[in-house]
Design a protein around this ligand. Structure first.
Ligand code: URA
Length: 238
């Protein structure tokens, strides 16, 4: 058991600076196990700790692992240029912890986005060596022909890529729509693959990463949830 002072625990959870956390505690705003704790140097084992701040309950989380249904019209950058950042959809205490999107979705792409403050997790999930499969719902402006699916499965050559990129799976879902899985994450990859195969992508949303699906998470656009250990096991191992 490793104990840490309460001000450090609150700071690690993104509540505020050390100074702010000390003031919050000294002001009598923090309770643990139903008891008010106004001594910021009191030590606790953070593992499994619940605390209440201003009557709101929090669980101590060593790291953050989130899934979001990214709405279109948001950028994945921490410093967005033309649209708000996806981080603006999260509580400030998460942003204070330097949470970041795992990889990127374009501003006009929606769907499943992972976010974390755990560098090892972010690296594993975005490493090309891990071959994490990602599944996209794609709308196109010309009818889907068998030749389009065949080309995407066989591989298309994109500018500045050393060799053709192929879809792992590619299934027609409507006259102007398909579902496509890839295991790389090149810049604008799906849109560029569709263009290289002779069509044009008009709508794009990510439905799944590994075995984790947006449908199972049940998130509406703009909503997010913490991922359980079982849900993280549906992704490539760290
Ligand atoms: N491919 C794209 O073209 N855009 C995305 O946002 C994701 C994959």
């Amino acid at each position: 058991m490793k104990t840490i002072s309460l001000d450090r625990i609150l700071q690690s959870q993104g509540i505020g600076s050390r100074k702010t956390c000390r003031a919050i505690i000294a002001d009598g705003l923090v309770s643990i196990g139903g008891h008010l704790v106004d001594n910021w140097s009191a030590e606790f084992d953070p593992a499994g700790l619940y605390f209440s701040l201003d009557d709101q309950d929090f669980e101590y989380l060593e790291h953050l692992y989130l899934a979001m249904n990214k709405p279109t019209g948001y950028e994945c950058s921490r410093k967005p240029v033309h649209h708000p950042s996806v981080l603006s959809l999260l509580p400030e205490r998460f942003v204070n912890r330097d949470i970041q999107p795992v990889g990127r979705l374009d501003q006009d792409t929606g769907g499943l986005l992972l976010l974390s403050d755990d560098g090892q997790f972010i690296h594993a999930q975005s490493s090309p060596k891990k071959h994490q499969a990602k599944t996209y719902r794609v709308g196109v402006d010309r009818p889907v022909e068998p030749a389009l699916l065949a080309l995407l499965l066989a591989g298309v050559q994109l500018l500045d890529e050393p060799g053709p990129l192929r879809a792992l799976e590619c299934v027609q879902t409507g006259s102007h729509s398909l579902e496509l899985s890839i295991d790389q994450g090149k810049y604008h990859q799906v849109r560029r693959m569709i263009a290289a195969a002779g069509n044009h992508c008009t709508a794009l949303a990510r439905d799944a990463i590994g075995g984790l699906t947006l449908a199972a998470l049940g998130l509406a656009p703009g909503e997010w949830c913490l991922l359980s250990a079982a849900q993280r096991q549906l992704l490539v191992p760290v």
